[in-house]
Design a protein around this ligand. Structure first.
Ligand code: UD1
Length: 436
């Protein structure tokens, strides 16, 4: 697939999924690690970096602030993503930052290298409010000055100083930003109530291999000692747990027998437990990073699912589990405690005949034996993925529009599912990729 185009997918469901897939590298690990390379001297090579829209968008922004282009700086090579920067400028491209919210992960690295940043304050988002107050308060704790001017967020730091910050809530992005600032600060920083997501562990692992002193990744307290110099390295991005979870849910819906490689099973313990409760068989082998899932296509509903920080149920798997619930026997009440308006998938599933209700701020899905085909809209990345896997369970034709959203996080969902035996086709049409 090329990038920069919106496309539609056409799915004719009713086929079981069978076969083996090697999973792509993790989007949410790759993005902050790309930002981290702004802090390093010399070249970095990221093996298994996924070739997805979000990575391409980050690449363009990083080449802009790093004074390079795809020929002189960062680009995909046969071995992976090569990253190299000539100089660091603290003002990333305005339009790109407006389109791509994860550009906010650049703030910490820009403060630590250019000594300042100026970027648009990211606006609302289709999955709910996404404020940056913890990022800002955390930067202040490291000696930076941050203010909002005419819709722009502007930060200044001479030399950042080690400091202390306790997160009011374990935010992934805010911790990543503070880690990137703290590894170049003068002295020691301590962060409490930290996010424990595997992607935080990956970022810390990368920084340590580049020469940083970081202790406690994966626990709720992280200590960082600032370093003067960090060096470019070769690093392999681990497999994507959300892509793995999506294909596990696909198998649960369609029925079948699927083997997934390049994934640390421990990262999916919560999803594995839920799928076992629905009646799937799941076998994992951490020594060879493999998950096998078997489903006879008849599922029991799990009564209640509530999203939360890792190791809890990930909000990024909530839409896919909603799709599964639409086919299960019984009712499932779903509450998203991380992003309060992440329920658009439910309304799209309703267009396919799903039984959807609400109760306060929860959505209740009562499973039906079958849904019917139709045209539905991918309103965001994981909603799009959820609609595709729902379509696999429908005997009939389903068209999913605005699939560029899916390409933000999945290298090629059509290629992957076709490899497992699904009847799924791209229907490409040129359009703007929209606000991500
Ligand atoms: C990251 C992931 C995203 C995932 C999310 C939660 C990336 C690129 N994105 O997003 O896929 O869904 O974690 O696991 O890795 N909050 C504040 N103030 C802040 C920051 C966050 O109130 O300054 C709140 C948010 O509104 C949200 C919660 O904290 O309710 C968690 O958000 P956060 O962990 O920051 O999500 P992201 O880092 O944006």
């Amino acid at each position: 697939m090329g990038f920069g185009f919106v496309s539609e997918l056409e799915v004719r469901g009713g086929r079981r999924l069978e076969g083996t897939l090697m999973l792509q590298g993790s989007k949410n690990s790759a993005l902050p690690i790309m930002a981290a390379t702004l802090l390093l001297d010399g070249e970095t090579l990221l093996e298994d970096c996924p070739d997805i829209l979000d990575v391409r968008e980050m690449l363009a922004i990083i080449n802009g602030v790093g004074g390079c282009n795809e020929e002189t700086g960062c680009c995909f090579t046969g071995e992976g993503l090569r990253l190299f920067h000539n100089r660091i400028d603290g003002v990333p491209d305005y339009e790109s930052c407006m389109r791509f919210r994860a550009s906010s992960i650049l703030m910490g690295a820009l403060l630590a290298t250019a000594g300042f940043f100026a970027m648009p304050y990211p606006g609302g988002c289709k999955i709910g409010r996404r404020p940056l107050d913890y990022h800002i308060e955390g930067f202040k704790a490291l000696g930076a000055r941050v203010e909002e001017k005419d819709g722009m967020l502007v930060g200044y730091a001479g030399q950042l100083k080690g400091g202390f910050y306790r997160f009011p809530y374990p935010s992934v992005g805010a911790l990543e930003n503070l880690l990137l600032a703290a590894v170049k600060a003068d002295g020691e920083s301590v962060f409490e109530n930290c996010a424990r997501e595997p992607e935080i562990v990956d970022l810390c692992d990368f920084l340590i291999k580049a020469g940083a002193s970081v202790d406690g990744a994966g626990t709720d307290t992280i200590r960082v000692k600032g370093a003067k110099r960090l060096n470019g390295i070769r690093y392999r991005i681990p497999g994507d747990r959300i892509v793995a979870g999506t294909y596990m849910a696909a198998c649960a819906i369609a029925g079948g027998n699927v083997r997934l490689g390049n994934i640390e099973p421990g990262r999916l313990d919560c999803i594995t437990d839920i799928l076992k409760k629905t009646g799937c068989h799941v076998f994992t082998d951490g020594r060879i990073n493999e998950i096998i899932i078997m489903s006879d296509g008849r599922r029991k509903a799990v009564n209640y699912l509530e999203t939360g920080p890792y190791p809890g149920f990930s909000t990024d798997m909530q839409p896919q589990m909603m799709a599964l619930a639409a086919f299960s026997i019984g009712s499932c009440r779903i509450k998203d405690r991380v992003f309060e308006s992440r329920y658009r998938t439910a309304w799209e599933l309703e267009k396919l005949g799903a039984d959807v209700g609400t109760d306060g701020d929860s959505v209740i899905i009562t499973g039906r034996e079958s849904l019917h085909g139709g045209v539905v809209n991918a309103t965001d990345l994981r909603c799009g993925a959820a609609l595709v896997i729902a379509a696999l369970g429908i005997h009939g034709k389903t068209v999913i529009t605005d699939c560029a959203y899916i390409m933000r996080g999945y290298e090629d969902i059509q290629r992957d599912l076709e490899q497992l035996g699904a009847d799924i086709l791209w229907r490409i049409k040129e359009e703007n990729a929209g606000n991500r």
